[in-house]
Design a binder for this molecule. Structure first.
Ligand code: COA
Length: 168
């Protein structure tokens, strides 16, 4: 499969929404509103990065980054997700390629690191490490992971953007 990873364009918004809904629908842990979160982040001006993978004119992959805060006040941290790959082409490396592009973008911008809530079997291969002590209060700490570019995070908890809780 050949694909091109690029920043989203306005015409991609419906396809991103639909892809995210289809990718998360079979997942037992899904809230069912992951596609709405992307729209909410965008409306709030908090979609720091939104990359699509396009193949033969179709959007087959997507990853979002948004700003997060840390109780220490330290800046430079992002939240990764939602991330979606078309169910028909999962496990072919596209998810990894999207994460790599998002990491490159953060590094180039001098970010400190990135957080996410996800499967602890999948994300360590991309440099994320479980960090339950840093988990936001409203998140399951066992699934909370941090990727750092420049040393460990400071003592204390992170918080996702309020849009994650319908408060954005
Ligand atoms: C998670 C997701 C983006 C990964 O994209 P992908 O293109 O399938 O991933 P890659 O091909 O880069 O990596 C595949 C590897 O990751 C593993 N993997 C992928 N998703 C996984 C998951 N949810 N749990 C555990 N392992 C997973 C696979 O086992 C595979 O490894 P293997 O081939 O050695 O078995 C994609 O599966 C997806 O859209 N899932 C539904 C939505 C979702 O769960 N998003 C993440 C929420 S945290």
């Amino acid at each position: 499969m050949t694909y091109r990873i690029r920043p989203e364009a306005p015409a991609d918004h419906p396809a991103i929404h639909d892809l995210t809904r289809r990718a998360f629908a079979p997942m037992a842990f899904a809230g069912g509103d992951e596609q709405d979160l992307i729209d909410a982040l965008r409306s709030a001006g908090a979609l720091s990065l939104s990359l699509v993978a396009e193949s033969a004119g179709k959007i087959v992959g997507h990853v979002a980054l948004s700003p997060v805060t840390h109780e220490s006040g330290e800046g430079g941290w992002y939240g990764l997700g939602p991330i979606s790959v078309d169910p028909a082409i999962q496990r072919k490396g596209l998810g990894g390629a999207l994460i790599a592009e998002a990491k490159a973008w953060m590094k180039a911008g001098g970010a400190r690191g990135c957080i996410l809530v996800g499967d602890t079997r999948y994300y360590p291969r991309h440099g994320f490490a479980p960090a339950p002590a840093h988990a936001p209060e409203r998140e399951p700490s066992a699934y909370f992971m941090v990727l750092t570019f420049d040393g460990p995070p400071p003592f204390g908890r992170f918080s996702f953007h309020p849009s994650f809780y319908g408060e954005g």
